[in-house]
Design a protein around this ligand. Sequence first.
Ligand code: IPM
Ligand code: MG
Length: 355
Amino acid sequence: MNYNIALLRGDGIGPEIVDSAVRVLEKVGEKFGHTFRFTPYLIGGCAIDACGEPLPKETVEGCLAADSVLLGAVGGPKWDTLPGNMRPEKALLGIRAAMGLFTNLRPAKLYPALASECPLRADIVANGFDLMIVRELTGGIYFGERGMREGKYGEEAYDTECYSRMEIERIGRVAFETARKRGKKLCSIDKANVLDTSRLWRKIMHELTEEYPDVTLSDMLVDNAAMQLVRNPAQFDVIVTSNMFGDILSDEASQITGSIGMLPSASLGETTRGLYEPIHGSAPDIAGKHLANPIATILSAAMMLLHSFGLAAEHDAIVNAVDAVLNAGLRTADLAHGAPALSTEEMTDAILERI
Ligand code: IPM
Ligand code: MG
C-alpha cells in the first residue's frame, strides 16, 4: 500500500526524533512492501520565524490532505515571551481542533528492562503496570471562552470549562471501546464533588454502561487519582478524563515509567487520519546534540501504523524491536545515568537492525 504522511518536525529536538521515526517507517515499508511518502510542513517556532504565525494555512491544508500526521515537538525559549495566541503551543491546540482530533490515547507501561528507572518503591511496581489514558482533546478549559477584564479587585483573567453531552458521549464511547479491547476496566476521572462539568461527565459515563455491560466502570476524583497513580498504578487499566486532567495525569504517568522519552501518543477523530507525537516537549537544552531519546516518536509512528492504517504486524515489528534494544541494555543518555550512552542515531540504528 501507499501512504502519504505529513511531517511536522517542529522545534528543538523535534527534527532529530522525527527523522529517526522516518527511518524506522522506511525500514518497515521495505520489509512489508509499503511505500510511505513524507511531506514536511512547518509548525510552532520555526513557522513563526518563517511565516510569522505558529500554524500556517499550508500546514493545516497539508495535514488534512495527508493519510496521517507525524509530529515532533514545538516551542523553545526564543518564542516564550510572545503573546498567548502567537505562542508555538497554540499551533498544537490549533491543529488538533482543525483535524477534529477529540481523542488522545496516552499509553504508559513499565518496561521490565526499565523497572529500575521507576521512581516508585520496588514493592509497589513488583508486578509492573500497563495503563492507557484516554484524554478528551478538543474541549474543556483549553478551548473555552477566556479573556481579561476589570473585576472587583481590578485586572483579572478568566478561562472557562465547558463540556457538552455530545463531547462527553463521544470520548466516553472511545474509552469504553478501548477498555473492551484491553482489561475491560474503565476508570473515569473527574472533580464531580465541585464542578458541574464533572457531574455531567460522570452521569453520561454511567449512562454508557448500558451499551458496554462487559466493561466495569468506576469513578475517581482527580486529586485522589493523582495520589493513586503513585500509590498503586497497577490498579488502572483504561482511564478516561477531560482535557486538562488528562494533560496533567499523563505527565505523572509518564514519570513513573522511568523516562518521559519513552511515551508515544495518538490523537484521533472520526476518520482514520490521526496525529501522532511523543508526549514530551522540544527539550531545547539538548537540541542538535544527538542526545534525544527517539523511542517515544518511533513508538508514535508504530501507533500510526496500527490506528490509522490497520497494520498490526508492522506495528508489532517496531514494538518488538524497541523491546529488544531495551532488553539488550542499550540506552540513550536520559536512561544511562552518566554511563556511556547511544546517540539518537545509534539508538535508531539499533532499532532498525532488529526490525
Ligand atoms: C501536551 C502538551 C500540550 C497540551 C500543550 C503544549 C498545549 O502539554 O500535549 O500534553 O496541553 O496538550
Ligand atoms: Mg502536557
